[in-house]
Design a protein around this ligand. Structure first.
Ligand code: SF4
Length: 466
């Protein structure tokens, strides 16, 4: 029987991207440092945090729906606290105060570190604070990670680009890079705690360090991470095609710790649309980057983001997107229907498209990408890969789920491996979003890093590296 404690409790609901997941882990870390214990529901928690996102349509409806649900509980319990943080809070502090006056704390993207102080101050009344500049780099805060073997590591915050559909610069501010020594120190500490894989986070990782050194330092960071003993895998998100250069490809190909997967958002295959998006590259320039990557890392997995129905997108523009998708052969694509977002330039552009046109194009794109994803996965059948175990499969309790270095999800028989351990798995069958496989040579994989950028164990024949 669990002993009941009188410790205060917390529950965090996270919306949006990996940066928000990272920030939620920091908020959890700060709360636990203050003596709070985590619970699994907003109903049971003393402090309920909504870490919000404002990228997608309806983000605000979802927030106010959640707040409306929690209001009666707040009314019934004077000690309960409701906190709203993240991008929507940064953008809409006053609106939140008007629409949900029972919210106790609002904090923005630049002052996560203020959470304990704002909570303490909320005993006297609502405590709202939004800053325009980051006071403490969030990665310097305590963390309560969701996984013991994987960690998000923020290398920069903010963005100096001005993509016309994007609200991030308005809510996350200008780009600020973290000192490389601090990043390496954090990764070394994480590895000493058992972490084997890190994902580097930044709005535009390729420009990392420009504000520190006058020139991007991202490739230098990758090489430096390759020297960290015990670190097995490095991933990063997201690079911007305009800043993605040969030095990063060289680091990806040469540093064995860097995984053979790149998420390179294209957004559109039409140079005209890209120009209106202010993406600062053309279709041809993007394809040159793809060629550069594939030449250096032939077995790389490439994924992307695509927006369908940007203002003024013609059928010809859209066909160019379909052609590009077919030509590149993405392993997967995150596809979005354009919707105007407040505080973005694109919201005021002429020629906003009817919803049914956007929907019809979206369906054609999804159908195409689904076919290509299956084809790419079929190419993995019969090959053996080094896999990190993530846990028991959600669909089949007798199987485990893991990920290849190319970020493919794979299910295989449960041999009792714990999350974070490595297995050798041969792909038996391919599906759109996952693979099914079998354990090879007793399963245990003792050589995890990729030698010279080549996917480890890419062939199941003799000579594999274990
Ligand atoms: S690069 Fe463009 S899409 Fe990405 S965060 Fe910056 S402005 Fe937004």
């Amino acid at each position: 029987m669990t002993e009941s404690t009188s410790a205060p409790t917390y529950f965090i609901r996270t919306f949006g991207c990996q940066m928000n997941e990272h920030d939620s882990e920091r908020m959890a870390g700060m709360l636990e440092a203050e003596g709070y214990e985590r619970v699994d529901s907003a109903e049971a928690a003393t402090v309920v945090v909504f870490n919000t996102c404002c990228i997608r349509e309806n983000a605000d409806n979802r927030l106010y729906g959640n707040l409306g649900h929690i209001k009666p509980l707040r009314d019934a319990d004077p000690d309960k606290r409701i906190v709203v943080g993240g991008c929507l809070a940064q953008k809409d502090k006053d609106l939140i105060q008007r629409r949900a006056p029972y919210v106790d704390v609002v904090l923005g993207t630049h002052n996560l570190a203020s959470l304990p102080r704002l909570l303490a101050e909320s005993k006297k009344g609502p405590s709202f604070e939004i800053l325009e500049q980051t006071e403490v780099f969030p990665s310097a805060l305590p963390s309560r990670r969701e996984s013991w073997w994987h960690a998000w590591v923020s290398i920069s915050i903010g963005c100096n680009n001005s993509c016309t559909f994007c609200i991030v610069p308005a809510v996350r501010g200008v780009e600020v890079s973290r000192r490389m020594g601090d990043i390496i120190d954090e990764v070394q500490r994480l590895v000493s705690e058992g972490v084997v894989e890190v994902t580097l986070l930044g709005q535009n990782v390729n420009s990392y360090g420009r504000d520190l050194d006058g020139t991007p330092m991202f490739s230098r960071l990758l090489w430096a991470l390759d020297e960290v003993p015990g670190l097995e895998r490095v991933r990063f998100t997201s690079p911007h095609p305009k800043d993605f250069k040969q030095d990063t490809v060289d680091a990806m190909a040469g540093a064995g710790v860097v995984c053979e997967h790149i998420h390179l958002p294209v957004q559109s295959g039409s140079s005209d649309v890209l120009k209106r998006m202010k993406r600062a590259y053309t279709r041809d320039k993007y394809l040159q980057k793809i060629a550069m990557i594939r030449t250096a890392i032939p077995d790389v997995a490439i994924t992307t983001d695509i927006i369908v129905g940007f203002p003024g997108e013609t059928e010809k523009d859209f066909q160019e997107t379909l052609d590009l998708v077919e030509y590149v052969g993405y392993d997967a694509a995150y596809t979005f229907q354009y919707s105007p977002r407040p505080m973005t330039e694109a919201a005021d552009l002429p020629d906003q498209l009817p919803k049914e046109v956007v929907q019809e194009r979206f369906e054609r794109l999804v159908e195409l990408q689904d076919r290509i994803s299956i084809e790419r996965n079929l190419g993995m059948e019969g090959k053996t890969f080094s896999v990190i175990v993530e846990g028991v499969s959600r669909k089949d309790a007798g199987r485990l789920t893991g990920r290849t270095r190319t970020n493919k999800l794979i299910h295989f028989p449960d041999d009792g491996a714990t999350p974070g351990s490595f297995r050798k798995v041969r792909v038996l069958s391919a599906h759109r979003n996952h693979l099914d496989g079998e354990l090879m040579d007793g399963g245990v994989d003792r050589a995890h890093r990729s030698p010279m950028g080549l996917p480890l164990l890419a062939s199941s024949g003799p000579g594999c590296s274990c």
